[in-house]
Write a protein that binds this ligand. Structure first.
Ligand SMILES: Nc1nc2c(c(=O)[nH]1)N[C@H]1C(S)=C(S)[C@@H](COP(=O)(O)OP(=O)(O)OC[C@H]3O[C@@H](n4cnc5c(=O)[nH]c(N)nc54)[C@H](O)[C@@H]3O)O[C@H]1N2
Ligand SMILES: Nc1nc2c(c(=O)[nH]1)N[C@H]1C(S)=C(S)[C@@H](COP(=O)(O)OP(=O)(O)OC[C@H]3O[C@@H](n4cnc5c(=O)[nH]c(N)nc54)[C@H](O)[C@@H]3O)O[C@H]1N2
Ligand code: SF4
Ligand SMILES: [Mo]
Length: 762
């Protein structure tokens, strides 16, 4: 079957409460009989983490097959998994380290490249050094990097591109429940009566999960679907209620939904009294958000708001998912917390069919967060809790003062600002391509080309970002190394090494370990700080770091992960099979000794002090956080009369380093486009396919017009198109040419979804 045309594959409908049937998807470049061996793994092209086996022939990856027994995908794979997980493997890969000379980048030995890095690193104060990593490495790599940064070098300047991706998921979970950790489970799809998707184009971005939804929708007792998205997407087209708020107005809509829940008596007051804090303030905050007023702010119909609230209020089992339409905006944490609030108000949490999925995007973003390779501490520890710092100091056998904890760890937007100001002048980028993915690219290019910046880029390809590097390190990619990772549903998979990396490329783990050795990081007894050399040893060390924490891995082993299915954490001696959903007892990790964070003021992002937090006496109750709607930093003006929002296509993954090298997917969408509503296109005199220019106060790009899809007043541009495969002299095609350097005050996630622009025929 052509899975470009049929993205979700054939239906296997089933009824509520029954298991999702198996369906095994496979794509092979050779006849099945010619495959030498199948190697266990899981797909790394989105947070769904579909389990698969990699087909190997003559030492090369030649295809993939879904794993039927796995709880996540029951054998299925989507277009990216089938066509893009393996086909890039020998296409213009980096095979040797490169170092910069006056003539440009030239090939070097590992010794020379690492020697340069270590020399520059030793020359500088730790506070001048920053690490910008990813949501696409393996758990073992992040944990190693986190120990290097926090106990070796001692720098607070480490974050991931997860800041652009799932920072709000983490923030919303911490604000409401006290700690990161996905409450729900994918199995809630099998049990729900209603499914709410908040700013989540699941049909395009987690295609296998959407197949799971479609199989319920086509079954005998389909769930009701409510979609909140300003565009028409396959999700909204299927929805029973489609709310299309103007980008930037989510918080008003959410306050309206909560207003209706309260107004119509859909609140479980007994549950609220026993398990939550903050009801009165929430009720007071939403009191003025009458459907009519909300409809005006958001540009939706008041009856649709009422109808959606009624569905939430009356359904026995509601599953909600939240993603970038909520996360990448100015009130991101606030709006995402309101989804948690809806569930708490009705006591719909910790029960089959009653999940909250504060979604992840990248395949291993969960691990960046858990391991503390972002602006968190390992094991969901609280940087403001001295006891948690002591635990880490003891575990690593270092002085507690070595671990930076005098202030919150530096978030990525701040890290880039420090580089911009010159106070960080050593930046090590791994597995991310900021020259395409960060907002306001004209600014990012200026920063990357600073004379005083020593830049290391670690990737499998010579990306747009690598072009700026002083040292380029060739990395082994998926299938070429071993490691584990955790999907958006807390399920851990092992990905085995199937083939050798090309040339002299090395795994990120080996690169980080080599750096640690050369830097000679030691513990308090003078022993090497990092005692492991293999992924499995790193995993064993990580297990100790998580023991007793919400993300407890202590019951997991590589051998257990070699079984039929991935396993969801917490996995302990008491729960060796893992844990399907959290908070079944409605006891939340909000105790001051346990919680990962003391919370924030949602408007300003100001941290709650430990004293103030303790005085709230949370006692295992969840927080109902409230906030009025505020206008986004950029809104429509006469000079920039349209709102641009940016996002994804089903066929490409981010900056296309893999999907752009898959013939099927490259052909499916070779070039950038600009989606306009029919009304706006008519007013601008633009016809289908016309080249149009989208321009903000900061920059511009061009693409071919696609008419229909966006709501009037809204323009949509996919952000996948940098310039590595562009024809010479082509106009800029990256959406981030025009985006802005602003972020949510709590999660610090940039606002990619609300940009004031003007559009004209090019
Ligand atoms: N095919 C594919 N799949 C992917 C990825 C990929 O690059 N390609 N990337 C993965 C990653 S890292 C991520 S983070 C996820 C992202 O997955 P999604 O969040 O589903 O993807 P996006 O397209 O960024 O945004 C989702 C929707 O938000 C809507 N939106 C825009 N502005 C607003 C707003 O103000 N309010 C509301 N309610 N909605 C709004 C957009 O119209 C869009 O349809 O996808 C993952 N899966
Ligand atoms: N305008 C706009 N911009 C956005 C978004 C948006 O919606 N709109 N979404 C944001 C989001 S949610 C995300 S997640 C980011 C994604 O942005 P990026 O992270 O910049 O995008 P990728 O193309 O996934 O870059 C990952 C890089 O890592 C490399 N790589 C893959 N595996 C490995 C590995 O194992 N080791 C090493 N060393 N390298 C590896 C790949 O070749 C690739 O170059 O973009 C953000 N930018
Ligand atoms: S849904 Fe995500 S993890 Fe599954 S095959 Fe598609 S890209 Fe891979
Ligand atoms: Mo993401």
């Amino acid at each position: 079957m052509n899975r470009v045309e049929n993205i979700w594959g054939v239906r296997t409908p089933h009824e509520r409460g029954t298991e999702w049937p198996e369906r095994v998807d496979q794509e092979l470049a050779v006849a099945e009989a010619e495959v030498d061996r199948w190697v266990q793994s899981a797909c790394v092209l989105c947070s769904n983490g579909c389990a698969c086996d990699i087909a190997v022939k003559d030492g090369k990856m030649v295809g993939v097959r879904g794993r039927a027994g796995d709880r996540i995908n029951h054998g299925r794979l989507g277009p990216k998994g089938l066509y893009a997980s393996w086909q890039w493997s020998d296409q213009d890969r980096l095979t040797h380290p490169l170092v910069r000379t006056s003539e440009g980048l030239r090939q070097a030995t590992w010794d020379e490249a690492m020697g340069r890095i270590v020399e520059e690193s030793k020359k500088r104060h730790p506070l001048k050094q920053g690490f910008y990593t990813s949501g696409q490495l393996f758990l073992e790599e992040y944990y190693t990097l986190a120990v290097i940064g926090k106990a070796g070098l001692g720098t607070p300047h480490m974050d991931g591109n997860t800041r652009l991706c799932t920072a709000t998921a983490a923030a919303a979970l911490k604000e409401t429940f006290g700690s990161d950790g996905q409450p729900g489970s994918y199995e809630d799809i099998e049990h729900c009566d209603a499914l709410f998707l908040f700013g989540h184009n699941m049909a395009a971005t987690q295609t296998v999960l959407w197949s799971r939804v479609l199989d319920r929708v086509e079954g005998p007792d389909a769930p009701v679907i409510v979609a909140v998205d300003p565009r028409d997407t396959p999700v909204t087209r299927l929805a029973d209620v489609h709310l299309a708020p103007l980008p930037g107005s989510n918080q008003a809509l959410m306050n309206g939904l909560i207003h209706e829940l309260i107004e119509h008596g859909y609140v479980d007051h007994d549950y609220v009294a026993r398990h939550t804090i903050g009801y009165d303030e929430l009720a007071a905050t939403v009191a003025s958000y009458e459907p009519k007023q909300v409809a005006e702010i958001c540009g939706v119909n008041a009856v649709d708001v009422q109808h959606a609230a009624e569905i939430f209020g009356r359904s026995e089992r509601v599953l909600s998912t939240v993603l970038q339409g909520f996360y990448q905006s100015h009130q991101a944490t606030a709006a995402s917390c309101q989804v948690n609030n809806l569930h708490l108000l009705r006591g719909l949490i910790g029960k089959p069919g009653c999940g909250v999925l504060q979604m992840n995007g990248q395949p291993t973003a969960e691990n960046t967060r858990e391991c503390g390779a972002d602006g968190d501490l390992p094991g969901f520890r609280n940087w403001a809790n001295p006891q948690h710092i002591d635990e880490l100091a003891k575990l690593w056998n270092v002085d507690r003062l070595k671990i930076p904890h005098w202030a919150p760890p530096t978030h990525a937007m701040q890290l880039w600002r420090y580089v911009d100001q010159g106070s960080i002048d050593f930046l090590w980028i791994s597995a991310t391509n900021p020259a395409v993915s960060l907002p306001e690219l004209p600014r990012i290019r200026d920063i990357l080309s600073r004379e005083d910046l020593f830049l290391v880029v670690q990737d499998g390809f010579l990306t747009e970002t690598a072009q700026y590097a002083d040292v380029v390190l060739p990395a082994a990619l998926w299938g070429e190394k071993q490691g584990t990772f955790t999907n958006a549903s807390r399920t851990v998979h092992l990905s085995e090494q199937a083939v050798d990396p090309p040339g002299e490329a090395r795994s990120d783990l080996d690169i980080f370990l080599d750096y640690a050795r050369r830097m000679d990081f030691r513990d308090a007894d003078g022993e090497p700080l990092i005692g492991w050399t293999t992924p499995e040893e790193a995993f064993e060390a990580w297990k100790e770091c998580t023991r007793g924490r919400p993300c407890d891995y202590s019951g997991l082993t590589y051998d257990a992960l070699r079984g039929a299915s991935g396993i969801p954490w917490p996995c302990t001696d008491d729960a060796p099979e893992g844990t399907d959903r959290l908070y079944e007892d409605s006891v939340f990790p909000t105790e001051p000794e346990t919680c990962e964070d003391y919370g924030h003021d949602l408007l300003t992002g100001g941290s709650t002090t430990p004293e103030k937090y303790k005085a709230l006496n949370p006692g295992g109750r969840a927080f109902l956080k409230a906030m009025p709607f505020t206008e986004p930093p950029e809104w429509i003006s006469s000079a920039y009369p349209l709102i641009a929002t940016t996002g994804r296509s089903p066929y490409h993954f981010h900056t296309r380093t893999k999907t752009g090298r898959s013939p099927q997917l490259k052909q499916a969408e070779p070039k950038v486009w600009v989606e306009l509503s029919a009304a706006d296109a008519a007013e601008l005199g633009v016809a289908e396919g016309n080249q149009v220019r989208v321009e903000s106060a900061r920059g511009w790009m061009e693409g071919a017009a696609r008419i229909g899809g966006a709501r009037p007043g809204v323009v949509f541009v996919p952000f996948h198109f940098g310039y590595w495969d562009a024809t010479e002299g082509a106009p800029p095609s990256a959406a981030n040419e025009f985006t802005l350097t602003e972020w949510d005050p709590v999660s610090k996630q940039p606002i990619y979804k609300v940009v004031a622009v003007r559009v004209r025929k090019a």
